[in-house]
Ligand binder design. Structure first.
Ligand SMILES: Nc1ncnc2c1ncn2[C@@H]1O[C@H](COP(=O)(O)OP(=O)(O)OP(=O)(O)O)[C@@H](O)[C@H]1O
Length: 328
């Protein structure tokens, strides 16, 4: 088996809940017992409703958030066993990050050239002359004209700014690119261009990608594997081409609402709100909204099943397990 590029084992992240005090030590359970691997060259899609822990997961992957439990390995190395300086260097040289909104993720006082050269300067990559040549190469790679070198982000369009962010993320030739909602802050007219650029770069550079998005149709299109998250837990992991066969009821419900899928499903209505991450339900966190839930779901979080990467005691195995009829 290929050695994973990055591997999370039993990772949990908790935050102090808003309004908590010494007497009331409430915690937000942002991630609970997450196992995840990304191998070289593959694209992993991460989906789930707002607040399920996607951004926290990204912060854990890039070493910006320390888990309260569990390990985070990059190239087999436990990144939290490294000094802060070594962790930054190791993660910085292996993982590039593209954020949702280039208007806020780029330093607006710096010209494009400075923004792109910054990671190279920080890691003292080769000589200053080589760094300048690398900036030229990167701008070319992402389709920025050389005349943009001295421009400030505010003088550019959203799409051009995102190209700058992608160039910067690729500066150190990372093995993994993490894209957190990379097109959702952009005009609809340029979204496809930026997505196609990412896919083209992924193929040309042999990158692995973690692709986080609310846009389920796009996630399905770009990913090899998809993980479904619910209230801080990974509840299922499956090949992107099989999301219509998800075993976990939440995966089915989530994708049943997505338009334009190859296998259209009838929307599965879910009852009630997402519970609080401060007091998540015992056992399976989805049980309070799940039509398949039974008493055993409250007792413990189901382990991964024997016949697939899902955590559910009452999976969807036949059409009659769905609350609505499947479309023919
Ligand atoms: N710094 C923090 N302090 C307290 N709670 C936090 C903090 N950061 C995130 N949370 C909480 O942790 C949970 C997971 O948040 P996270 O931002 O990772 O979710 P998300 O899936 O990325 O949401 P969205 O899709 O809306 O960005 C949420 O309940 C959120 O309110």
């Amino acid at each position: 088996m290929t050695e994973p590029l990055t591997e999370l084992t039993g990772v949990s992240v908790e935050f102090r809940a808003p309004g908590s005090s010494l007497l009331n030590r409430d915690r937000v359970h942002a991630l609970t017992d997450v196992d995840l691997t990304v191998t070289a060259g593959e694209t992993l899609g991460v989906v789930g409703e707002s607040g399920c822990g996607k951004s926290t997961l990204v912060k854990v992957l890039v070493g910006l958030q320390r888990p309260v439990r569990g390990t985070v390995r990059l190239d087999g190395e436990d990144i939290w066993a490294l000094s802060a300086a070594r962790r930054r260097r190791h993660v910085g040289s292996r993982i590039g990050m593209v954020f949702q909104d280039p208007a806020t993720s780029l330093n607006r006082r710096l010209p494009v050239e400075q923004i792109i050269v910054d990671p190279l300067d920080v890691q003292r990559w080769r000589s200053p002359r080589d760094r300048q040549a690398r900036v030229t190469e990167l701008m070319d790679l992402v389709g920025l004209p050389s005349s943009a070198r001295d421009a400030l982000p505010s003088q550019m369009s959203g799409g051009q700014r995102q190209r700058v962010a992608i160039a910067r993320a690729l500066a150190l030739e990372p093995a993994l690119l993490i894209a957190d909602e990379p097109t959702s802050a952009l005009d609809v007219s340029v979204r496809a261009q930026i997505l196609n650029l990412l896919l083209d770069l992924r193929a040309r550079l042999g990158l692995a990608m973690v692709f986080v998005s609310h846009d389920l149709q796009t996630v399905r299109r770009v990913s090899d594997r998809i993980v479904t998250m619910y209230l801080g837990r990974v509840v299922e992991e499956l090949p992107a081409g099989s999301i219509h066969e998800g075993r976990h009821p939440y995966t089915r419900a989530l994708f049943s609402a997505a338009p334009g899928l190859l296998h259209p499903m009838r929307p599965i209505p879910l009852s009630g709100p997402v519970p609080s991450a401060v007091r998540p339900p015992s056992g399976c966190p989805f049980r309070t909204r799940c039509w398949r839930a039974a008493d055993d779901c409250a007792a413990e979080m189901p382990p991964y099943a024997a016949d697939g990467r899902y955590r559910c005691f009452h999976p969807v195995t036949t059409p009659s397990d769905l609350p609505v009829q499947e479309l023919a």
